[in-house]
Design a protein around this ligand. Structure first.
Ligand SMILES: [Zn+2]
Length: 438
């Protein structure tokens, strides 16, 4: 018998592999943070002697979910300014509050709140875009959660940087500081074509090419954004980005609710990844991302919650369900975005967009043990004809019982193992008092 760290027995094991298998009574063997075997439970019990053994007898065990677009610390502004269109929400409420309050501590407390919510909802990795990205990296590392840290760039000054060049310089220095951290990767994160001018955008492209990192930005979020660009430069933002050479397999375009058929062909041809944020788009009445057409064109589509200030939760279970329902209505086709494909969007597709597909996104030998267990033996998800259907269409995020990242247990039977909810709750309420008084 081989001695290993962890052995997880699953009633339903959904590795999210290319065969779209759902395995019954299989086990995952984990050693030094990596998956070393997946085999039938009766065999695994004979092969391995584990230090920690978990019997997930009524659970679906699957890869940790990946939130491909969020602004974690904006969880402090959840419910702060609801029922408004994007530009008024940003210009009259969110940006003034950020100008006044965003700081190292704001980002630390907000990101911790977001991470607690995400871990309890089965999210093991998030792709963030916010000020003080070094703080996001620090709190994620402290908790043992995986993060893709956005090196934010915006023309406006903030408490973190005075101008676009300073954002880029600070981002580059953080990129160097984070090298060698297995749980943290980086992406360049210019906010949007309408908030980042051409000069820094061009500089970012050169940096991203040199360093081999993706670029992650909001694009074609609203019709207003597209109209303003036509007024200003007589071009739609996507065309302008393409002329600058930005559209490539290293480009993640978030939202994309305003797309012509020609633009869908263009992003497919360029290998652009699309991050669909259906609940944020619905709440801000931004429009509908044509997911069905994008998938048919061969585009890699992933899912993000966006920040909690425009969603207002960070559950990818909710996001999968909304995405699947919306894709059917928008395309007029009930067969559009079936459950398994929705699950792929927040696992393997997101890993591909972030350049992390060799490490996460599916449960396969050699990959990191980023794993979640979801108890389906609940009134909300019985009977189970298809575990994947239940996960996408019926499951509540409170059914996530266990979460491992890099083989380390972060949620044990719904109890956080590395984060202090009572302390965070106290800090969140203090920040809420300050935000109320702007
Ligand atoms: Zn966003």
């Amino acid at each position: 018998m081989e001695s290993i760290d962890t052995l997880i027995h699953a009633h339903w094991l959904i590795p999210v592999n290319t065969k779209r298998e759902v395995l019954n009574n299989h086990s995952i063997a984990v050693q030094h943070g990596k998956i070393i075997a997946i085999e039938p439970t009766d065999k695994a019990k004979k092969h391995y002697q584990a230090q920690h053994e978990y019997s997930m007898n009524s659970h679906a065990v699957l890869p940790g979910l990946i939130n491909a677009h969020t602004h974690a610390s904006m969880s402090l502004m959840r419910g702060f300014a609801d029922d408004l269109p994007l530009m008024s929400w940003l210009q009259d409420h969110i940006w003034p509050a950020e100008q006044k309050h965003v700081s190292d501590d704001f980002v630390a407390v907000g990101t911790e709140l977001a991470m607690i919510e995400m871990l309890r909802a089965g999210t093991t990795c998030f792709n963030d875009m916010y000020f003080y990205p070094e703080v996001v990296a620090r709190v994620a590392l402290d908790a043992g959660m995986r993060v893709s840290v956005g090196l934010i760039v915006i023309d406006f000054p903030s408490a973190w940087a005075r101008n676009a060049d300073e954002y880029i310089d600070k981002g580059l220095s953080l990129f160097d500081d984070l090298k060698g951290q297995s749980l943290v990767s980086t992406v360049f994160a210019p906010h949007a074509p309408y908030t980042v001018s051409d000069k820094p955008m061009n500089r970012l492209k050169v940096m991203a090419d040199e360093l081999g990192r993706p670029i992650h930005t909001h694009v074609h979020e609203t019709a207003f954004e597209v109209e303003e660009s036509i007024k200003k430069i007589n071009k739609r933002p996507l065309q302008h980005l393409d002329e600058m050479g930005l559209l490539s397999p290293s480009f993640m375009a978030v939202h994309m609710t305003q797309l012509t058929d020609e633009e869908i062909e263009l992003v497919a041809e360029r290998g652009v990844h699309v991050v669909h944020c259906p609940e944020s788009n619905l709440k801000l009445a931004s429009g509908f991302c044509p997911v069905d057409k994008l998938l048919s064109a061969g585009v890699n589509v992933t899912l993000g919650t966006d920040g909690a200030a425009s969603n207002n939760d960070l559950s990818l279970f909710g996001e999968m369900r909304t995405a699947a329902l919306l894709a059917k209505t928008v395309s007029g086709n009930a067969e559009s975005l079936p459950a398994f494909q929705a699950l792929e969007m927040c696992t393997i597709n997101a890993a591909k967009a972030l350049g992390l597909e060799d490490t996460i996104g599916s449960l396969e030998v050699g990959k990191a043990a980023d794993i979640i267990a979801v108890d389906l033996n609940r009134p909300e998800t019985l009977p189970v004809y298809s575990a994947v259907s239940q996960l996408v269409y019926a499951c509540q995020s409170s059914q996530v019982s266990h979460v491992w990242v890099n083989g380390k247990l972060l949620l044990n039977d719904r109890q956080l193992c590395t984060m202090d909810w009572n302390k965070n709750r106290h800090d969140v309420l203090q920040w809420a008092q300050k935000l109320k008084n702007i």
